[in-house]
Design a protein around this ligand. Sequence first.
Ligand code: AMP
Ligand code: ZN
Length: 451
Amino acid sequence: MFWDKKIELLPREDLEALQMAMLKKTIRAAVKSPFYGQAFSENGTTPEKVKSLDDLRRLPFTTKQDLRSGFPDGFLTVDRNKVVRMHASSGTTGTATVVYHSQKDIDRWTDLVARCLYMAGVRPSDVFQNMMSYGLFTGGLGLHYGAEALGAMVIPVGIGNSKRQIAFLQQFETTVAHIIPSYSLKLLETFDEVGIDPKKDTGLRILVVGAEPHSEEVRERIEEAYGVFAVNSYGLSEMNGPGVAFECPQKSGLHLWEDSYVLEIVNPETLEPLPDGEVGEIVLTTLRREAMPLIRYRTRDLAMVHPGTCPCGRTHRRLSRIKGRSDDMLIVKGVNVYPIQVEQVLMAFEEVGNNYLILLDREGPVDQMTVRIEVTSALLAQGIEGLEALRAKIIRRLREEILFTPKVDLVEPGMIPAGDGKAVRVIDNRQPAYCTKLRRESGGSAEGSGP
Ligand code: AMP
Ligand code: ZN
């Protein structure tokens, strides 16, 4: 049941004492980096002043912009010779952000990923097909090392080439795969094309899905089509990558490993702490990172902590599904909309296919939102009446959810371009090109290191 029983079941009191001890160590180390050396002296922080977890709240936040200004070595606390690996988020413009790892960091990261996989039910007898890009993106190497440490046989196939993915699934009798959720839905078209049923004709039993926001409705579709447990995996390069938070088989939130990170949820506007059960921005502090500790890193990801305890017995608190990123929020006709709200509505209709796109335009002074939606071949076969009926139902449900009436454009399966990496869900044509560029440079959602 447990990869690291003692740590996973550690009583809260002991877990918090462990966090405090590790936090003190982290701050003593972080102060050696040029960035924190300066930030702490400006803030009047000395390691001795941090005596409780509450004292952490007095320390300054670290932002993506800080990582950029510290590029490349401003956060390093060890000699460069001690660094054995780097990962970076490339970004389409501007400076990359880089994270350095010592050998200890890699070992601890690997152990966290193995812990996550074991919790989800992966065992040494499993065959693990890693359909994520290998390279600067952490989803490739991060899961690879974790699955290997667990003892599974890893197939480092990487991203794309759908027909080969399916052939490998069969030839090597893959039982667990790591895959981007939107790609797992797109792959169903190729399964269809080659006449293989992922549920009946493969031995898949677990799909590790992560790296992009996805709704419960998408999880249900994946589970139904593949006949698997689709386990939600959350992480970000700045915090290593995958291995930060992962679901247990209870499917009631993602345990965030609090022996390795301090979790805070703050109001993204006021930056004040929020209680469990309220959605805000995830802020994380690394507790076991040697080469590049980060303190109060603002992830921009929005989620809440599930109140109460998990029936699985693990004491580490549970994050909800990620609701979106604070910089992904769309303001349309003055209303705040998160793309995931649209996805939840669409994916609840069985006539809706596996891809959609939100298009934003401006007609005169008025915002216009068009939701382009692929429908199933079964619906198409019913002709125009079926399509019109679905369109009316979707418009009604969307209006209830987002409080204004969008245009709905129904298209045939496969008509919306889809890659094999993180899905592009929104095209915003309302801003002049330079605004989009500025948004990216300030750390907007166009960022990401891949896959
Ligand atoms: P990167 O550092 O390029 O790997 O991107 C990390 C970002 O991907 C996170 O900050 C989230 O915005 C997003 N992400 C990763 N995993 C998930 C997940 N399971 N659900 C939703 N978003 C995710
Ligand atoms: Zn649990």
